[in-house]
Design a protein around this ligand. Structure first.
Ligand code: IVH
Length: 652
């Protein structure tokens, strides 16, 4: 029993040392608190067992540094219930003098200024002595290296990372090949103590004590002086309207998700220095202050799976499926994983124990694996090559991976509809399609016809250098609107069919369906059997096309209303003097300067009928760049061939 106790004590000491040194977290706050409670309970039953001072010193941290503090950097007594909080408030003779502020979740430091110049920055360490981090503390927002006046002062406070800084720090750190930090506190501690750091990791400072000669009695007045000297104080960072202390504690908790910086509680402290002296302190915490702890924002749990999905913008999104875990005040079982590169950089593996951090923005995120807990032989996660929904290859552009298939996303549908080979809408590119899908204004291609000039022109399509949303603008809006009003309504019926983005109905199938059914009503009332009678459509494809048409029923109605072509244009009688009159012509490879549609259109202009494959009845094969197996087929059947250049010459 006593041996087990010693093991618990050793674990607690190790964890406390890691916490205060800012090395990798060994356990979460909740686990640590539970461990301490266990030790305290055992100690209550066996007062003779040696807790090696953890119960006393735990709050004070582990000794790490060698720079003596001018006075002890005390820690705060913690309370977890409102009853205990009220007991504290009642113990103060002048409760109206209690100040309530957020408890920052970073690393406590003391900074000395001599004649207005920052001379030394020291971590809290064990409270009596800490580590010199002056060199690493040169670029902390709110902790200037030179004050606005040549003042002498020692300030104490918290170095921390805002939620945005934390994102940047982890991105840069993993890009530099180092494991991600579990949470901003850990990141701050690690960054502040790291020497020769190679990655950028912005940090900030919030002062919660300032010592001067002839300092005023009021704490808030002392902070105000620090503020005029150019130091950011906790009061600059967060100021609350006056209210009773208990309400203030609740209010800070309510605002916690929106603050943008990490806090783990609220601190109640007496404002008057005289009253503080009167109340005094115990060996490790003052009687004039107390910390109320909120729910922990970091927890560990098992990563059960990584779910892949295509959102309405067509972008691949990754979600961690987690064993349910209580963090930040709620139980979560899903968390964002950003993008594939994030998972690769953090080396998260399915089956890992992982840290989950629920930041101010309320979106829980997985940050990093608990490497010491990784089961042996856990394979690395492999990113997908193809769309999880349609199986088509994903398009990768830096961190953004997309599926371009029309059936997988709203943006995909818009893009496909607007494509050069389909409706050919000028100015409607990938980014615009995504913005339209994102805006919620376009849910189907038919919605494009309802857009107003203002809606299009004010579409945010990125950010400017100064961080403002960049709008699409008038010129592009004009191009899009005129394409919609004119071009899309003169595109041949075959393209209208293709524009629906139905699986298996690409360019050539659109043409075949147009030729076979002649108009939209015939097409959409065609039975599966009738569809299957079209060349290249088997029973499975016919089913799919039928389902696709049914699904698009309402969209088709609205396209008809908008005025697109719904029947095949009667072909003018073929002029027998045209060079390809009456010939079935097939193309293999690319005709320089032409899309497939344009090449087919050119064949028709020359009097021929474009076909997709070489058969015995084909009259001519045009051989473009990178031709395929059709060349061999043509040879086999004795079909005459022509180069792309010869073909182009016919047009002039
Ligand atoms: S006052 C004697 N105010 O909490 C009291 N501490 O457990 C001196 N902390 O080491 C501290 N925000 O790291 C104070 N607004 C705040 C605080 C704060 C965070 C941390 C600090 C300290 C620990 C005490």
């Amino acid at each position: 029993m006593e041996e087990q106790f010693s093991a618990l004590v050793a674990r607690a000491r190790e964890a406390a040392a890691a916490y205060y040194n800012g090395s990798d977290l060994l356990m979460t706050d909740a686990e640590y608190d539970a461990l301490i409670e266990q030790i305290a309970a055992a100690k209550a039953e066996h007062p003779d067992w040696d807790d090696e001072g953890v119960l006393e010193r735990v709050a004070a941290g582990a000794a790490t540094g060698d720079v003596q503090h001018s006075s002890m950097m005390l820690s705060l007594a913690k309370v977890k219930t409102e009853a205990d909080l009220l007991a504290f408030i009642r113990s103060i003779p002048a409760p109206q003098d209690i100040n309530v502020e957020p408890k920052m979740d970073g690393l406590a430091i003391s900074a000395k200024y001599v004649a207005g110049l920052l001379t030394q920055v020291v971590t809290r360490g064990d409270g009596s002595a800490g580590e010199d981090v002056t060199a690493q503390a040169q670029k902390i927002a709110g902790l200037p290296t030179r004050l606005s006046e040549p003042a002498n002062t020692e300030v104490r406070g918290e170095v921390f990372m805002t939620d945005a800084d934390f994102e940047i720090a982890n991105r840069n750190r993993t890009a530099a090949g180092k494991p991600a930090f579990a949470n901003p506190r850990n990141a701050t501690a690690g960054t502040l103590r790291a020497q020769g750091r190679t990655y950028e990791a912005p940090m900030s400072f919030a002062c919660y004590e300032a010592l001067y000669d002839n300092a005023p009695d009021s704490y808030l007045a002392r902070l105000a002086i620090a503020s005029t000297l150019g130091i950011q104080t906790i009061n600059d960072l967060f100021r609350m309207k006056p209210m009773p202390p208990l309400d203030a504690v609740r209010e800070i908790e309510r605002l916690r998700p929106t603050l943008g910086f990490p806090i783990d509680g609220a601190v109640l402290k007496v404002n008057s220095e005289m009253l503080r002296r009167q109340l005094g302190e115990t060996s490790h915490s003052p009687r004039w202050a107390v910390a109320f702890k909120y729910a922990a924002d970091t927890a560990t749990t098992r990563l059960l799976d990584i779910e892949l999905a295509i959102g309405r913008t067509g972008r691949l999104s990754l979600t961690a499926i987690l064993e349910p875990v209580y963090v930040g005040g709620t139980t979560i079982s899903r968390a964002t994983l950003h993008h594939p590169q994030f998972v690769l950089d953090a080396d998260l593996r399915i089956g890992d124990e992982v840290y989950v951090y629920r930041a101010g923005d309320v979106i829980p995120r997985v940050t990093t694996p608990v490497l010491s807990a990784r089961p042996e032989g856990l394979p690395r996660w492999t990113p997908p090559e193809t769309c999880p929904q349609c199986g088509e290859p994903l398009e990768k552009e830096g961190l953004i991976w997309r599926c371009l298939s029309p059936e997988c996303s709203v943006a995909g549908r818009i893009r496909y509809f607007a494509g050069r080979d389909v409706m050919d809408i000028d100015g409607l590119d990938v980014v615009t399609a995504e913005a339209l899908a994102e805006s919620g204004m376009v849910n189907s291609i038919a919605d494009l016809y309802n857009l107003t000039r203002e809606q299009i022109a004010n579409l945010p399509v990125g950010t400017t250098a100064s961080g403002q949303p960049r709008l699409l603008g008038q010129k592009t809006t004009d191009r899009i609107l005129s394409s919609l009003a004119e071009k899309t309504k003169t595109q041949p019926f075959a393209r209208v069919i293709t524009s629906l983005g139905i699986r298996n109905v690409g360019r050539s199938m659109g043409r075949r369906l147009a030729e076979r059914f002649r108009n939209m009503n015939a097409l959409r009332s065609a039975t599966v059997e009738e569809l299957a009678s079209v060349e290249g459509i088997g029973p499975t494809k016919a089913e799919r096309i039928k389902a696709g048409l049914t699904q698009m029923e309402l969209v088709i109605n609205r396209l008809i209303q908008a005025g697109v072509h719904t029947e095949i244009e009667e072909a003018a009688p073929v002029d027998s003097s045209l060079p390809l009159a009456g010939k079935k012509v097939c193309v293999t490879g690319a005709v320089p300067g032409m899309t497939r549609w344009e090449a087919d259109h050119a064949i028709a202009q020359l009097g021929g009928t474009p076909t997709d494959s070489v058969t015995k009845t084909t009259n001519l094969l045009v051989i473009g760049d990178k031709p395929g197996s059709k060349v061999e087929k043509a040879e086999k059947y004795g079909v005459p061939t022509m180069t792309a250049d010869e073909f182009l010459a016919l047009l002039h």
